[in-house]
Structures are given as C-alpha cells and as structure tokens.
Write a new protein. Sequence first.
Length: 600
Amino acid sequence: MTRAGTGPLPRAVVFDLFGTLVDAPAPEDRRTASRTLARLTGAGTDTVERILLDSWSERHDGRLPTLRALADHLWQACGAPPPAPSPVRSALLRLAAARLVPAPGVRAVLEEFRALGVRVGLLSDASADIAEAWPAGPLAPLVDVAVFSCRAGALKPEPGLYREVLERLGVPARSAVYCGDGGGDELRGAAEAGLTAVRVARRGGPATLSFGAVPWAGPFLGSVEDLPGFLGVPKGARPVRTGADGGPPAASPGAVGAAGAPAGGTMTAWEADGGALRRVRVPRPVPKDGEVVVDVGFSGLCGSDLAKLGRSPVAAPPWAWRPGHEIVGRRTGSGAGDWVVVDPLLPCGRCAVCAAGDIHLCPALRRLGWDVPGGFAEQVVAPRANVLPLPAGVDPAAGVLADGLAVAVHGVRCGLRGRPPAALAVVGSGPLALGTAAWAAAHGWSVTVVARDPERVADVTGRLDAALVTADRAPEGGFDAVVDAASGHDDAPLRTALRLVRDGGAVVVQNAYAPGVRLGHDLRDLFRRSVTLVGSFSYCRRHGEGDLPEALAFLARHPGWTKPLVHHRFPLRSLPEAVAATAGARDPRPIKAVLTAEEV
C-alpha cells in the first residue's frame, strides 16, 4: 500500500455508498426484499426476485426517478394495475432504511474529515427508494452533497456524475479523492475525471453482490477506516469522540482546535438506541451555511416521544437517534439573546407538495428529534428559517407547547375547513386535546372536552371557555364536529367520536394511533349518516405564514391556560425520570413534562 504522506489534505473526499460506507447487498437481502414485495403484490417470491434482477438498470439509471414511479413499476411488473398502494412504497422505504446503517467506524471517519474541514460527498448508483430514505438515515447529516444515479439520470462511470458532485461540493477534481469498492467501473471514471481514486475492500465480504467491478491497479485499502491514515492525517490531530459507554456517539461535526479536540468543545445529549436511553458526550454542533445553533433552555416531552422511547409498536430507527422536537432556547453568535422556538419540520422546500404549503406531506420530510439530532441536549442546530422568535411576554417554558398547539391549529383550520364554528367535542385530555380546545374556543366554537379523568385537567379547562365531561355524559349525536385527540392504543376514542357527532357532521382524527389499530365500526353507518372522517397529521404552511406562527401568536394572546401544563419540570439529566412520571400510572401524573437546561 502506498501512503500519501503528510502533504496537504484533499479539499473533498467523495465516497461510494454500497460496499464502501455500508455493506454491499447480499443475496439474502434481495431474497428478503422479494419475499416482502411478494406478500404485498400476490406474486411469487421467485417472480419478484427475477423482476428485481431484470429491472436493475431502469431502477438505477433515471428512468424511475421517484419512489412512486418505482413502486408503480414493480407493482405493474407483478401483474397488478398501477398505481401501487401506499404499503408498497412504505415497504420499499423500510427495506432501504435498513440498508443505510453504517458501522461505527465509518461514522467516525466521516466526522473526522468534516472536523478537519474536508468536504464530504457521496456518489451512488442507487434506486429511488434509497434516495428517498437517505435524508432520514444516520449518514446524511455527515455528508455535504449526495448524488444518486436515479435522480442524476446516469450510471457510473458517466463523467457527468463526477462533475455534478464536484460542482456541488465547490471543489476542483485535482483537490478531491474518490473512494469506493470498484463496482460499476467507478474508479476508472473517477480517475478520468481528474480525482485521485482509492479502492477499498468491499464492505460486507466477498459473498456480497457486485455490479460491474473491474481490476484496479491503483491504491487499495482494507477499509474506509484506513483512508485518513493513507491521506496522511496524523493520529494526534484526530478529534476524539466517545460516548458515556466508551463508544462513538451519534455526533454532529465540529471544528478541530490545536490540541486535536473539537474547537467548540463537547456537550451533553440524550441518545436512544434499541429502546435504551443513554446520556452521552458529543461535539457541539457547528452550523453549515444557512443554519444556526440554539442553546436549549427548555424542551418538551411529547406523547410521540413517549411512544418511541417506551414499549410501543411505533418503530424506532435502526440506528442511534437523538430525541426531542419541542425546543425553546437562545441563538448563539450573531442575534443571540432573545428566546426562540425551533420548528422541527425539515421539508425539502422544492417539491409540488411544499409549494402548496403542505410541508407535513413532503415525501422527503425530515424531523428534528427523529431523523436528525433533537433538543434533549445542550444545543441543537437548525436551518435559520426554522428558528422563530418567541413572542414577548410568553413564558419560555410555555414555548414548548407551540409545536403541539400548531398540530391543534392545523386540525381545526384544515380538518374543519369550510365549516362555521358550532358545537365541537374534543376527545382527549393531553396537551394536544387541550390546545385544540383552547384555540377552537377562542375562535368561536362552543367546546366540550371529553376526558376519561376530568379532575386531572380541570385546572386547565377551568381557564378555557369550555365544558368538561366524561364520555358517558356527553350527548350522543350532540356535536357538529368532533376532534379525536386522545391516545390511540385501541379504537375506543374514535368510536366515541363517531357516537358523539351528529348526522352530516365531521370527525377529525389527530390521534396518532399505534400501528395495527383497526376501527371496529360499521362503515355503512358512516355512509348512511354522511359523516365526514378526516385525518390530520402535523401542521402546514397553507395559511399565510403557517400553523406554527399562529400557535406562537395565540400563546401571546392567551397565555393563562398554559400555566398548569408546564408546571412539572425536570432537569435535562433527569429525562428517564420524566418519561417514567409521564407514562406511569402513579398520581399526580403530569399532563406535560418540561425538561430544563441545568442552569435554568
């Protein structure tokens, strides 16, 4: 092996994906995908596997550039008329996400290059399911530019692919290194494009699948983990990344100081992995262009956090992730000082769905605290446009209610669009239900909160213009509209909502029902009664500036009802205790748990 020595580091390193950063696909992976799609399509497993083999080129070369196009093609190839149902697209995404999990050493290498100021690119012959799953995967935050063949419309070693990734990185070919396992004749293509090409042994072993590999006489390394040393990075200059358990944590990249440690230092953050919570030390985030860092002062424990962190059928990512999406803090650097709220929704901003304001339906949507590191930490990084000022006079702790209140606003404004304010029942007693009741009552609806335990929320509803009853005392058919904002371990809340709504009325489902819950209701009854049933997920930007700015403005106009909701506060270090208190059965059980920075 020839060593590059101690000359200047490259300005960028471009990596292949499969066989380089993550394992190359194995025959059993293809068989698993075939079995999964066979169950959905009704075709035989062998038939589906043959379809996958025969369609490799068109799945990767740009003829099927979107997940929908890919799913429709496979569905039709299996003998069914398009369009493919959504479970097919969901299955493709799940299979793709499972293939994007790297070894810890790979993450450390990418963090190392980023920390040293080296730009990181990705160039992959990949199908649309991989391209769609990529933004939510664990490697995406560590890669500056990702180019996928299905979207670029060409396969390696097409010269235009290398030009595209270099142009987007802003680096000339002579200052860049390409690293891959050699599939698709990629190394020759990289060398002819002017990059320094380095081959690595195929990750996953020799039994994995390879497409278009050719002999290579240039530099050859045992793995990606050997690349920094090959390029002359001295071990003493490498940033140290260790978690509480001694392993590499899920980290944001940081700049390197003279001693080799991240220039911004480290911070405390909570990480979830395989159902276990652990407190780790990670480098403080360093913003890219258009991003800002926020010192987290308060973060809210949402019901969706409880589902993902507890024993729930809601699937957690197959990698370590950093929770917390209800975030209030202060910006660092320029503009620091005033309290801000972080919008956790990260849509692509380019698709037709985003253009219509329906950012919550963006097919490439990512979320802070789920797909990218969240706010159960000392600091969080977010796009500048997602950092909104907290209105003057609003208790910063109450700012953690803004995200859930935006969901409530969306449910009434969009779910009941076109219906004049009338009698409204809200089923549930959590922050979402109470926020729905508060906003609707202030906008002309006659509101009744239907709760299993009225005493638990009486202090809040007493501050609202709303009645409070149990389900057995609510009049059947007595409401023009009903919002189901309860917790959904079974279908009882929705059955209650359907019982309470009048003929010709509407039911809005804000309840994030657990996977697998089925509605045990006579659907002919909905037909006969002309009941409108509307699902309402997250929030949008259809209405002027959107639902989240409206939620913030409402907190400023009507602050009184929030005080009992943010009374229960826990220091950041006590997240497990907050989870146990909120999810447990012991009274008094908090309606909402608020985490505070250690110095607050």
